[in-house]
Write a protein that binds this ligand. Structure first.
Ligand code: NAD
Length: 442
């Protein structure tokens, strides 16, 4: 079991993992449903299939990604050949959240294993059925001294964080991200922090409103709005607000029917604590659509809020639920005033047919990642880095980048012995002007 040095062994374990996941797909989908009624379609699209695709891509490319990469040498070192070696960090801790509990636990795990690390994974305690199936899959696939799942809540998390790790990969809230960063700092452990924020969705007067409404409804209400990159609030040009709201209502009804609580395609809020947080949030707001709640089933209907006060809870914290506030703007200064109230978001969306306006917003504001004329889908391209900036996170991953995240990149120069230029050696007398000329020329 030489996972550190034997790439073929790593590949074999990943193939075994692929087989176990494919074999267990129905059970994973059921666990996700049992945890918070995640619809089967969403479970397959955003969890099992996403992980399977990540695994296949990693298995296909592992040898290429792990190979030392030859880079152009510096003329100052002539003669030499220069390489970047990918070295596993060693012991990796992964702490996962509950909202995409399978994908956000397994994807970093796959890359950490591919890069040759020993891994401890702590899934979220709020999705116990998914955590249990993850533990079973990992137990069936890996030796316990290679990859281990440790289940539990905050206490277990804190016990793990108190230990010394070589890398920590955390996905979750900003508040806990700070706790993780402090624990990592104690041992100077590098860490990736995948966090959240308030993601704006700006719609100007040139946007295709009907299509925008369709794409926003999907990106906002998938997983019942419990998505880190879901649009958090709408900022729409004042002249477009009324027709846009009409389209939004139509699209929500088309997606989930008139009796939305009966829709098999709409998930539930994860627990009572979050259900209460969200129902309190809409209590004193101007609800123009939805607003129905059911404590027993942790249900909150897709809900539209008109022009909330910027000081209200719904505009203070990350919503992380099926509530969509709609604010209007008149000028670009109005947009700036609202966006700049918040920390840098994880997601950012612009709907516009005016390329220069869209480009201006994309380049003016700092955010993790985003889309023009759509929502959320940037997540699905493995060639795009996924991560936050500022309070929405540190570091990024997906695809090959994930392999690199879990590898220390070691620069190595292999010097040739067939000639030894005397320039750099003391005594330096008379050599300064020549070295200056060479450095100037480079
Ligand atoms: P969370 O921060 O409450 O929990 C995440 C993990 O940390 C869990 O495993 C939990 O057991 C552990 N944890 C919780 N409190 C802890 C503490 N005090 N000390 C140590 N560990 C602790 O987050 P969550 O509620 O599971 O997920 C929702 C949040 O995660 C949202 O803010 C969302 O935006 C963010 N998120 C970000 C991404 C991303 O990719 N950037 C993806 C999903 C969710």
């Amino acid at each position: 079991m030489d996972y550190k040095n034997d790439i073929a062994y790593r590949k074999e374990t990943l193939k075994k993992l692929l087989h176990t996941i494919q074999k267990s797909e129905d059970l994973i989908v059921k666990a996700l449903y049992d945890d918070f009624k995640k619809p089967e379609f969403e479970a397959v699209l955003t969890e099992t299939n996403y992980v399977i695709s990540e695994l296949k891509d990693t298995i296909k490319n592992i040898h290429k990604w792990a190979k030392p990469k030859r880079v152009f040498p510096s003329i100052l070192n002539f003669p030499s050949t220069d390489y970047i070696y990918k070295e596993p960090y060693g012991n990796v801790l992964i702490i996962a959240p509950w909202n995409y509990p399978f994908q956000l636990a397994l994807c970093p795990l796959i890359s950490a294993v591919a890069a040759g690390n020993k891994v401890v994974l702590k899934p979220s305690e709020l999705t116990p059925n998914t955590a249990a199936i993850i533990a079973k899959i990992i137990e069936e696939t890996f030796h316990i001294n290679h990859v281990e799942v440790i289940q539990g809540g905050v206490e277990v998390s804190n016990t793990l964080l108190a230990k010394r790790w070589d890398y920590i990969f955390f996905t979750g809230s900003v508040a806990v991200g700070k706790i993780v960063a402090k624990a990592a700092a104690e041992h100077l452990t590098p860490a990736t922090l995948e966090l959240g924020g308030k993601n704006p969705c700006i719609i100007d007067e040139t946007a295709n409103l009907k299509l925008a409404a369709k794409r926003i409804v999907w990106g906002k209400f998938i997983n019942a709005g419990q998505t880190c990159i879901a649009p958090d609030y709408i900022l729409i040009h004042k002249d477009m607000k009324i027709p846009f709201i009409t389209y939004l209502m139509e699209e929500i009804t088309l997606a989930y029917g008139k009796k939305m609580e009966k829709s098999p395609d709409f998930a539930r809020i994860i627990n009572t604590k979050n259900w209460l947080r969200l129902t309190n949030m809409i209590q004193n707001e101007k609800i123009i659509f939805g607003g129905e709640t059911d404590a027993e089933h942790h249900y909150i209907a897709p809900t539209l809020i008109d022009e909330p006060d910027l000081e209200s809870a719904v505009m203070q914290e990350e919503i992380f639920g099926p509530i969509l506030p709609i604010l209007s703007y008149e000028t670009e200064a109005d947009i700036a005033k609202i966006i700049n109230r918040y920390e840098k978001p994880l997601g950012f969306y612009v709907f516009s047919d005016n390329n220069s306006f869209a480009k201006k917003l994309i380049t003016t504001y700092s955010f993790g990642g985003g889309c023009i004329n759509d929502t959320v889908i940037h997540f699905s391209n493995k060639r795009l880095p996924f991560g936050g900036v500022g309070h929405s996170g540190i570091g990024a991953y997906h695809g090959k980048l994930s392999f690199d995240v879990f590898s220390h990149h070691k620069g190595v120069v292999k010097k040739g012995n067939w000639i030894d230029l005397p320039m750099r050696y003391a005594p330096y007398k008379d050599k300064l002007s020549s070295i200056k000329r060479i450095l100037n020329w480079l």
